[in-house]
Design a protein around this ligand. Structure first.
Ligand SMILES: *Cc1c(COP(=O)(O)O)cnc(C)c1O
Length: 394
């Protein structure tokens, strides 16, 4: 059957919530995807910053297959070894104390919000606590996460959202200070804004937020769902500033394609107790065997060292393009989460690159976002940069 026929069948049954690129993918290998007609695509999107270790990674695949044959699900009424071991590794990698596994990023945000509210309610018994979130942030599509997502376009048709959310300017401490009240229970932000257009937080800003939150006993929540898991060149982007949150959310690359997320808390912020929160699937043995393998591979294969090296190489390549083409306004990012901001919408450029076999995705504010698999090599960066340049010229 031809791609057109599959696409037509898809459009007749799938809810139309995406304007999909007209490609039907069939399989992946390393940093490349192949469509059902066998055409190769170099992937600089990694399924939206998910496939950190690449497609068909032998160690990861073997670990998942082994678990499929053993045990896939039991519920959280019991213990399972992959969840315990994945949690131990994640606690070590984040410097946090406790983990709750979810099925997605947005659910991790829900857990973080509930943690903050419960923490505050225990302190003063009030039920009108507020959260400060950032403009241009993205935290997910469920109602709680949507409520702290600073993008009116995503919110407008779904009101009323959860109450008590105030928005501040990213990287602007004064703006945050004007939103603090005696009811503030949390400040939530991405250490590098992803969907919003690849804006890294200033180290000073993160340190000042830490100090503010310590002084006022407010929980600091870092959403590391996109920028974490090695993408920035450190395991978590907040580690560039040496700032530790009270609550951290992780997902995307954690499962290398398996649906798993997590929120982590310090011992002090571990406010949720039996009855407060739950998930039927969350942290089941299958996805946790995947996450455990991911965290093992990070250690055994020095993924972070590789990200730093190839990330610097990508930076230099994109700088050359920025200098050469005035249509490029700014270049931002760290490691293998970088963005080029254009003076007009780069959607056509991204489309042209995909036609030439390189998958590029955009973000808000006229940005092309580069979030390839973390195992990408310099030769792939060269190939992408060449195709991007041709696409800009066109
Ligand atoms: C993708 C993303 C989310 C939502 O994750 P889902 O798994 O799509 O629910 C939340 N926060 C950030 C920073 C993200 O990039």
């Amino acid at each position: 059957m031809k791609a057109e026929e599959y696409m037509a069948r898809g459009e007749s049954v799938l809810l139309h919530t995406y304007n999909r690129t007209p490609i039907v993918f069939d399989r992946g290998e390393g940093v490349c995807l192949y469509d059902i007609e066998g055409k190769r695509y170099l992937d600089f999107a990694a399924g939206i910053a998910v496939f950190g270790l690449g497609y068909h990674n032998p160690k990861f695949d073997a670990a998942v297959k082994e678990q499929v044959d053993k045990l896939i699900h039991t519920s959280n009424l019991y213990y399972n070894v992959p969840a315990i071991e994945a949690a131990e590794k994640l606690v070590k990698a984040t410097g946090m104390d406790r983990v709750f596994f979810t099925n997605s990023g947005t659910e991790a945000i829900e857990g973080a919000i509930k943690t903050a509210r419960k923490y505050a309610v225990q302190k003063d018994g009030r039920t009108d606590h507020e959260i400060i979130a950032m403009n241009h942030s993205f935290h997910g599509r469920s109602m709680g996460a949507l409520s702290v997502t600073g993008n009116p376009h995503y919110q407008q048709d779904f009101r009323p959202l959860i109450g008590g959310v105030r928005f501040a300017e990213y990287n602007d401490l004064d703006s945050v200070l004007t939103q603090v009240t005696d009811r503030t229970c949390a400040v939530i932000l991405e250490p590098i804004q992803g969907e919003g257009g690849i804006y890294p937080a200033d180290a000073e800003f993160l340190r000042a937020l830490r100090k503010l939150c310590d002084e006022r006993d407010i929980l600091l929540i870092f959403d590391e769902i996109q920028c974490g898991m090695g993408r920035s060149g450190k395991m978590f982007a907040c580690q560039h500033a040496g700032v530790q949150p009270d609550v951290m959310t992780v997902a995307k690359a954690l499962g290398n394609g398996l649906p798993i997320g997590a929120f982590l808390t310090t011992e002090k912020a571990a406010s949720l107790v039996p009855g407060d929160h739950g998930s039927t699937y969350g942290g089941n043995p299958l996805v946790c065997a995947g996450a455990r393998a991911v965290l093992d591979i990070f250690e055994s294969e020095d993924i972070l060292g590789h990200v730093c090296e190839v990330g610097a190489y990508l930076w230099d390549k994109l700088e050359l393009l920025r200098e050469k083409y005035p249509i490029i306004k700014e270049h931002r990012g760290k490691g293998l989460i970088q963005g080029l901001e254009f003076r007009e919408s780069p959607a056509e450029i991204a489309r042209a690159a995909i036609k030439r076999g390189v998958i590029l995705i955009t973000a808000e504010n006229n940005v092309i976002r580069f979030v390839p698999p973390l195992i990408i090599e310099k030769e792939h960066v060269d190939e992408m940069a060449e195709v991007l340049e041709e696409s800009i010229k066109e």
